[in-house]
Ligand binder design. Structure first.
Ligand code: FMN
Length: 385
């Protein structure tokens, strides 16, 4: 890809820098930022880095296998791509490119409710079933419509995100031009000074509406309407009772995303969820809550084996995947890591990132003496004095 002519890419961190160069600032900052003072966002990364892996030697791990199984599907590594809104703005028809990369590398892709490309376009161009993420919205008609369309498209796994009864404030967005005064003009100027993105995505990647919402409303819901639409549609009245109709309606696996407390994880078991995602939304919701690395161990202790435990927020390497699995996750979701790669290098960028992460995971497994994903346990972590 173009970006690789100018940069050596060897990690997710390199892709972040490549994405920063390629994207207009309003988009890069939207991806890169968190809420309020961004403390939780930073701790997601630093707390994970503080988890010490336990090096073991002479364990003959020559027959190493990174594969696992999740909701009846074999995965090449214990990971899936997280739902990320507006992915079609970071690369041309970005959701399609990311879904195809995930399929090639043997892991699931999750389509966000607030995607640019609608369900039908992404599933139609993916060789394997994708996952679909749904938000709790005041307009239950939209939710029902989205579920019906997902089902009709052949999607079986639903990720239901519950940590956004109200959106967290992301101050970077007001400064960058994503929102705030004269936002449209500022975005236009930024696009003009990033001509590769402007031509490839801005011009050739149209239409840039929120595909799923447009299909429901029958007219385009444009990027300009996005912030307002979101702000008016999240529903703070939601409770476990409201989820029951979705569980009754949805035949396939249902995963509840946005759990940080063992009590909520137990409620998810009682509710009959097939899985949970331990997540603080990448530090984009309530700043000051626990990092996922800290939230995961007590949750795993409370519900391990009763449903599938996924975890996200701050995962930037295969070493981080090993850490999360060793702390009790069955698999992880990759958020910004894949988005940076997509912005920098499209489908090929995401495929390359997944290759990099698989290699990193293999090294972590080799040097902790783990031949299989099931060998990554609390015994793979060093106890600190
Ligand atoms: N989570 C959702 O459930 N639905 C979304 O539409 C959604 N949009 C996101 C948009 C951006 C730009 C980012 C960075 C995250 C978004 N998330 C969304 C949260 C991710 O699914 C995931 O929880 C988070 O990115 C994990 O943290 P990480 O990026 O540090 O790995």
């Amino acid at each position: 890809m173009m970006v690789e002519l100018f940069m050596i890419i060897s990690s997710a961190t390199d892709y972040r820098e490549a994405a920063r160069r390629r994207l207009p600032p309003f988009l890069f900052q939207y991806i890169d930022g968190g809420s309020y003072a961004e403390q939780t966002m930073r701790r997601n990364i630093s707390d994970l880095a503080d988890i010490a892996l336990r090096q073991r030697i002479l364990k003959n791990v020559s027959a190493l296998n990174t594969g696992t199984e999740l909701f009846g599907r074999k995965l090449n590594i214990p990971a899936a791509l997280a739902p990320v809104g507006l992915t079609g703005m970071y690369a041309r028809r970005g959701e399609v490119q990311a879904a195809r990369a995930a399929a090639r590398k043997g892991i699931p892709f999750t389509l966000s409710t607030v995607s640019v490309c609608p369900i039908e376009e992404v599933q139609g161009r993916s060789p394997v079933p994708i996952w679909f993420q749904l938000y709790v919205l005041k307009d239950r008609g939209f939710m029902k419509n989205a579920l019906e369309r997902a089902k009709a498209a052949g999607i079986t796994t639903l990720v239901f995100t519950v940590d956004m009864p109200t959106p967290g404030a992301r101050y970077r967005d007001a400064h960058s031009g994503m929102s705030g005064p004269n936002a449209a003009i500022r975005r236009y100027v930024q696009a003009m000074t990033h001509p590769i993105w402007a031509w490839d995505v801005g011009v050739r990647g149209r239409p840039h509406d929120l595909g799923n919402i447009s299909r429901y409303r029958g007219n385009p819901t444009k990027l300009e309407d996005y912030i307002g639409w979101l702000a008016n549609n999240f529903d703070p009245s939601i409770s476990w009772k409201d989820l029951e109709w979705i569980r009754d309606y949805w035949d396939g696996p249902m995963v509840i995303k946005g759990i940080l407390d063992p009590k909520d994880a137990k409620d998810a078991v009682r509710f009959g969820a097939d899985g949970i995602v331990v997540s603080n939304h990448g530090g984009r919701q309530l700043d000051g809550v626990l990092s996922s690395a800290r939230a995961l161990p007590p949750i795993a202790e409370a519900v391990k084996g009763e449903l599938k435990i996924l975890a996200d927020s701050g995962i930037r390497s295969g070493l981080d995947i090993a850490r999360m699995v060793a702390m009790g996750a069955d698999a992880v979701l990759l958020g910004r890591a894949f988005v940076y790669a997509l912005a920098a290098g499209g489908q090929k960028g995401v495929e390359n990132l997944l290759d990099i992460m698989e290699k990193e995971l293999r090294v972590a497994m080799t040097l902790t003496g783990a031949s299989a994903i099931s060998d990554l346990t609390s015994e793979s972590l060093a106890r600190l004095a």
